[in-house]
Design a protein around this ligand. Structure first.
Ligand code: C2O
Ligand code: CU
Ligand code: CU
Length: 478
């Protein structure tokens, strides 16, 4: 008898509370979301800090990075040993301007040799931070270069010989933004942390109370595949977004996983930039495929959403992160019809075509039958030459390895334009600057580039387990 009364009261109480919430929905929506998410111990998306420029003059930049060990609580009961640049995990965003002369110092407080490579930056080989630029523990190295390429979202990460996979896995990666007159002029979302957010997406495997980098047989074949997705170092975080257009600069910072990004209900979005900068015009998409090291800048329009409405970023059907629409009005920005003009090199002016065949499996992965040898230069490219590089994936069967694995091709110090994918025009969102090009089993991609900087550079598969196994070569520009 007594129990029944209590149940009735409880139900009535709940109905009253729900009704109250319904009537005052809007102001409480974001509070509710926060309460809901925090009770599920879910985290707000961490937004990495912008790294302070230590040089006050506008034509110069000076930045300090420190690589160090740490322990990070990922909120899933796991306290993992991590590495970070200036923090526990990942690093700050380094914002540069075209024309600026920059010095970036890296102090190595790890117990191992490291390097810091500026992925996507066009600069001389000496400053590239490849395996030849090793920094001993407790030493500091300085890269100095002049920014001379269009606005883009690039990144930095370690590149020590045979040990890149582990150092990146533990957390060493950060973003570089380049801005220029074109990005200044465009009326697109550009308020950092307000309507312009970096999303560094990685997969990790939590086990034995931590996040050890233990490679199984499968990992050696396909590259490391985790079971937990992190965005900016947080597991399935949420982000409050203004009711309007929001720009996301997505980096696939994973060692090997390829993502098929889409939003709930296949909500369309616009890709505005690829690896090396803006596309000529925005490309409307329902899905964006990003292989390791590739970037895409996209704009999502939340203006048709209700306050408190949620949307998810998915990888196939797996939730990557959530968005909660707030009642904050967004700045009036556009999805412009034209973004920039990309000069198109004429393929008939190419001095030569070089072929790179990615083949083999597991520890036998190789390019053109060769594995990385630091003492061997594989290709010599004349300074300022324009060349076509034809990259193919031997695919299944004897040469490609029984299973056939996708290989994201990457070369240092240069940006390419894809001319052809399997004999056809590349898809629209692959018609801008690219430094990392996904080549699926059996595919052949032709890309063109002009090599404007001297020095020794790497080309390799950006599945870091393949790179570390020797799927890498060196070219010299002179
Ligand atoms: Cu992202 Cu050889 O590098
Ligand atoms: Cu690189
Ligand atoms: Cu590979």
């Amino acid at each position: 008898m007594k129990n029944k009364v209590n149940v009735k009261r409880l139900v009535l109480g709940i109905i009253l509370i729900l009704a109250a919430i319904f009537f005052v929905q809007a102001p409480f929506a974001s509070w509710l979301n926060r309460a809901f998410f925090s009770s599920n111990s879910e985290k707000a998306l961490p937004v990495p800090p912008l790294l302070e420029d230590l040089d006050p003059s506008p034509k110069k930049g000076e930045f300090q990075l420190t690589a160090r060990r740490s322990v990070k609580d990922f909120g899933n009961g796991m306290k993992a040993e991590t590495y970070g640049y200036n923090g526990d995990y990942l690093g700050p965003v380094i914002r540069l301007r075209r024309g600026e002369n920059v010095s970036i110092h890296l102090k190595n407080l790890l117990d191992d040799i490291t390097t810091v490579h500026w992925h996507g930056v066009e600069l001389p080989g000496k400053m590239d931070g490849g395996p030849h630029n090793g920094i001993q523990p407790n030493e500091e190295w300085t890269a100095q270069f002049t920014v001379n390429q269009p606005a883009a979202t690039l990144w930095f990460h370690p590149h020590p010989m045979y040990n890149t996979g582990e150092q990146v896995y533990k957390g060493l990666a950060g973003l570089i933004y380049i801005e220029d007159e074109v990005s200044d002029r465009l009326n697109i979302p550009k308020d950092y942390g307000v309507n312009d957010f970096p999303l560094v997406v990685q997969d990790r495997r939590f086990e034995n109370g931590g996040m050890p980098y233990n490679l199984s047989m499968m990992d050696i074949m396909q590259g490391f595949q985790g079971d937990t997705i992190l965005v900016n170092g947080a597991i399935n975080p949420y982000l409050e977004v203004p009711k309007g257009k929001v720009r996301f600069r997505i980096l696939n910072g994973s060692n090997a996983r390829i993502y098929h990004f889409r939003f709930t209900g296949d909500t369309p979005f616009w890709q505005i930039a690829s690896d090396g900068g803006f596309l000529e015009k925005p490309v409307k998409l329902n899905q964006a495929v990003l292989s390791p090291a590739e970037r895409a800048e996209i704009i999502v329009d939340f203006s048709g959403f209700k306050t408190g409405e949620r949307m998810e970023l998915l990888d196939g059907n797996v939730s990557v992160m959530k968005f909660v629409v707030t009642d904050k009005a967004a700045k009036d920005v556009e999805i412009p019809e034209r973004l920039t003009t990309i000069p198109k090199p004429d393929p008939s002016t190419a001095q030569r075509t070089r072929k790179f065949v990615f083949q083999g499996m597991g520890s036998m992965v190789n390019i053109n039958g060769k594995q990385m040898d630091p003492a061997r230069i594989d290709e010599e490219v004349p300074l300022n030459a324009t060349e076509i590089w034809e990259i193919s994936n031997a695919g299944m069967g004897m040469m490609g390895g029984m299973m056939g694995v996708a290989h994201p091709f990457h070369a240092h110090g240069v940006q390419f334009q894809v001319l052809e994918r399997n004999g056809e025009m590349p898809p629209e969102n692959e018609r801008g600057w690219k430094d990392t090009i996904l080549v699926q089993p059996g595919e052949t991609v032709k890309a063109i580039a002009t090599f404007q900087y001297e020095g020794i550079f790497m080309y390799h598969c950006h599945i870091l387990e393949h790179e570390d196994a020797g799927m890498m070569g060196q070219f010299i520009v002179k």
